[in-house]
Design a protein around this ligand. Structure first.
Ligand SMILES: Cc1cc2nc3c(=O)[nH]c(=O)nc-3n(C[C@H](O)[C@H](O)[C@H](O)COP(=O)(O)OP(=O)(O)OC[C@H]3O[C@@H](n4cnc5c(N)ncnc54)[C@H](O)[C@@H]3O)c2cc1C
Length: 453
């Protein structure tokens, strides 16, 4: 088999396959390495409708039409279908094989059961060691997802990630107990898990979620949003307990499990420009995601533009780190959204039940779809001001400081700074010394923090 390629891509998830298909269409010889089987995944996705185009829309179906949310202590909200366009599901069983076919039809190569092991970067090429031999290329793209061995300086950013850990199942069951096709329900807490925060669950509050995909088909899942990834072994019995035993999940108790889904995905930050000479990162490996973890959404939004610019860069012979770092250009270019979303997601991860209740109430007071605009990074400035204003009205800084880890205090200030027209700055000043025991000082470069003076 040929050993030399234009591009070697490690990982045949949606990021690796979509970018590879685009580059193959543009005449580049691509080798895709997949340690399992390309085109298979244990993930599934729904996405905002605006990320689909003529090419990807045929792979979508149904959709979320009714957002519901509740917490163990009783706070609940219901966002009506007519207020927003349905959020469609992407059929992972057809879109990934479609990209596989495009890659092969264009004469590029996919190797299943082949693990990427290591790489050596030379002046004009990259040597890639795999479990099935050594290959060379002009460019190496790491699309290995959350398992990326990312060893660049930006690896430190990964330490700041929060992780969604997911274990769930596609269920076959009749719709009883008020379930409707298109329902997307999130329960923020459960009695048992709240009562025993120090036992098997450790800290952090799980979310039980279900999405009604069709008249007899529901995807039910357990999610943790935490600094750590929660293992499959920990989640499996908890999911079973929630699905089969909790009073509030009665309609699910006898459901037939058709397919298990699980995995992890990053949230809490976006690394837009991770690359070094001849080495790029796409998808979860580069934290191509929104702060709340819409990784597939980001891939669909960005892969074409990324490939278009990569093609130009390759043709210009510019594969240095600087040129590659300049490639990702997310639609969400407003920094305030990223900062605010990080703050919100860290809050959701760490807040106790009464504060989560307040958060749910908070969304009852505003345009319900604003929450989705926040999580898909499509807030307008006006939305942002509304959200900040309500956040400040609903939560005191004392409450925020009590749940956010210390490294996030700076985020609070960044949000305040970028909030601009929202009058919360004086409010924050008033509380700062009292709560943190530090002072802040405005300078030309923004705000700096000095301890104890
Ligand atoms: C259960 C679940 C539900 C989700 N729901 C949504 C949703 O509703 N909407 C949304 O937008 N996002 C959702 N996400 C997030 C989304 O799935 C991810 O962001 C997305 O899959 C990332 O794609 P990727 O190609 O970067 O990585 P992955 O999908 O993780 O693919 C990486 C691939 O690399 C392969 N690989 C890893 N290591 C190696 C190696 N050393 N050599 C060769 N191959 C390797 C893996 O086998 C895998 O095939 C969900 C995730 C999960 C787990």
């Amino acid at each position: 088999m040929e050993q030399n390629f234009d591009i070697i891509v490690a990982g045949a998830g949606p990021a690796g396959l979509s970018v590879s298909a685009e580059m193959a269409k543009r005449g580049h010889r691509v080798l895709v390495l997949e340690k399992e089987t390309a085109g298979l995944t244990k993930r599934s996705w729904f996405v905002p409708p605006f990320v689909l185009d003529e090419e990807t829309r045929p792979f979508s179906f149904g959709g979320v039409t009714r957002f519901l949310a509740a917490t163990f202590s009783g706070a609940s909200t219901k966002w009506k279908a007519e207020e927003f366009p349905a959020y469609p599901y992407i059929d992972e069983k057809t879109i990934l094989p479609y990209w596989v076919k495009v890659i092969k039809d264009k004469g590029s190569v996919i190797m299943d059961n082949t693990a990427y092991v290591s790489k050596t970067v030379h002046k004009d090429s990259v040597t890639v060691n795999t479990s099935r031999g050594v290959f060379t290329s002009k460019l190496f793209l790491d699309a290995t997802g959350y398992e990326s061995k990312k060893d660049t300086a930006s690896a430190s950013k990964r330490a700041g990630y929060y992780w969604w850990s997911v274990y769930g199942a596609v269920l076959e069951m009749p719709l009883t107990g008020g379930l409707q096709v298109g329902d997307y329900m999130m329960w923020q807490t459960f009695k048992d898990t709240n009562a025993n925060p120090d036992e098997s669950l450790g800290h952090g509050r799980p979310v039980f979620e279900y999405e009604v995909l069709g008249p007899n088909k529901v995807f039910a899942l357990l999610l943790f949003l935490r600094k750590e990834q929660v293992t499959k072994e920990t989640m499996e019995p908890l999911f079973t307990q929630m699905l089969r035993k909790e009073d509030s999940t009665a309609p699910f108790h006898d459901a037939k499990i058709a397919e298990i889904k699980y995995g992890w995905y990053p949230s809490g930050g976006v690394s837009q420009s991770v690359a070094s000479d001849r080495v790029g990162y796409v998808g979860d490996s580069a934290c191509w995601t929104t702060p709340c973890g819409w990784g597939m959404t980001f891939i669909l939004q960005n892969y074409k533009r990324y490939a278009e610019k990569l093609d130009e860069t390759m043709r210009a012979g510019r594969l240095d780190g600087e040129a590659l770092r300049a490639l990702p250009a997310y639609r969400a270019d407003a920094e305030f959204q990223l900062t605010f979303d990080r703050l919100v997601i860290h809050f959701l991860s760490n807040a106790p039940a009464p504060m989560l209740d307040k958060f749910i109430d908070f969304f009852n007071k505003i345009d319900p779809i604003l929450c989705e605009r926040m999580f898909t990074l499509t807030l307008t400035e006006e939305d942002f001001e509304t959200a900040i204003g309500l956040f400040v009205k609903n939560f005191t800084l004392r409450e925020l400081a009590s749940v956010l880890p210390p490294e996030d205090y700076e985020l609070v200030f960044e949000v305040a700074e970028t909030a601009g027209r929202v009058v919360i700055w004086d409010y924050i000043k008033k509380w700062w010394d009292k709560l943190i025991g530090k002072t802040y000082k405005a300078d030309d470069a923004g705000f700096s923090f000095k301890s104890g003076n």
